[in-house]
Design a protein around this ligand. Sequence first.
Ligand code: B12
Length: 303
Amino acid sequence: MNHNSSQSTGLKAKFIEAVLGRDTSGASQVIDSALELGLSAGDIYINILSESQLQIGQMYHDGEVTTALEHYATETALTQMIKVSNSFSPDKTNGLKAVVACVQGNMHSFGARIIADFLRLDGWKVEFLGSDTLTSDLIHFISSGGIDLVAISVSLQEQLPYVESIVDALQILPNSPKLILGGLCELTDVIENAKTSPESIRIIDSPNPLEAIVGARILCNIQEPNQKADSLEDYLTIIGNQIQSLRKGKSWSQSALASSSGLDRTYISAVEHGKQNLTIGAAVKLADALETSLIDLLTPSTK
Ligand code: B12
């Protein structure tokens, strides 16, 4: 494990301990330490805040913590996210606007909030609506116009009819925004039922928020011409080239990057050749080793 990964693992444990001990200022101090240590936004969001949310949320689902404590944990993490989000700013804005919301009935707002913050850090102007948004109100909100992308989080099968209503409503809007769907629910039927064009909708079935960013960029066609990615394969090739050029910029062999990142050399070789769908953990390790931010590593076309 490299330096930053072991730091974030230690900080995650401290954050969970503070939250379970209802020590709000202790939890805040953990995130202050992460920022002072220079951890990247991606590292703090993914390895500390999301991981803690998953762990404490699972304790709630297993009956080990009360609803009150789970809600306190969620709100504490969300408060810290504001601080983290305010500590980083995008390299440049892309002039596009996104609305991020949880579909009607979905109380799992945490993941959607991460997507909202990652989009903002990727240069989007973002309106985040939080949990459980009434379908008719959401459609009305979007109909005001000027919105390029709608990102909807879905967690349970019973929410699918609402998603279908949103898909149908978006299709008939003038300048209809693109739509990305994600969350903890199987969504492929939505596209089949809606018979919408694949150019206007994309399902992201990965817990990796960076895949949401990539999907959004592809849908809204904001790659630079020489970086245009039409598919995941294209994107992996672009990322592979980016990692290789950062490595060569340090005059490192693949073995040197392997030892610095704690990853296998053959894995790095596959990544550089665009043959490996990077896990989020590996992306964080590579970004740390190459001394770049996760977002900059994975969205080279913003440079
Ligand atoms: C925390 C939690 C809760 C919290 C949510 C707090 C909050 N404000 O978010 C509370 C306690 C409210 C809750 C309630 C319930 N929960 Co719950 N919950 C969880 C838990 C433990 C973690 C979810 C989480 O925050 N993960 C961390 C975030 C960062 O990850 P994420 O949500 O997956 O989001 C990422 C991706 O999915 C993706 N993504 C998410 N949204 C979007 C949107 C777009 C556009 C894109 C591109 C990507 C994307 O990117 C995100 C960032 O990495 C999961 C267990 C699990 N393993 O996931 C269960 C889980 C999601 N819950 C579940 C259930 C069943 C429920 C309840 C029905 C339980 C109950 N009987 O009351 C209720 C439902 C409430 C409702 N109507 O929505 C099930 C869902 C199963 C399913 N899909 O069929 C899970 C999987 C638990 C389980 N193993 O059974 N839950």
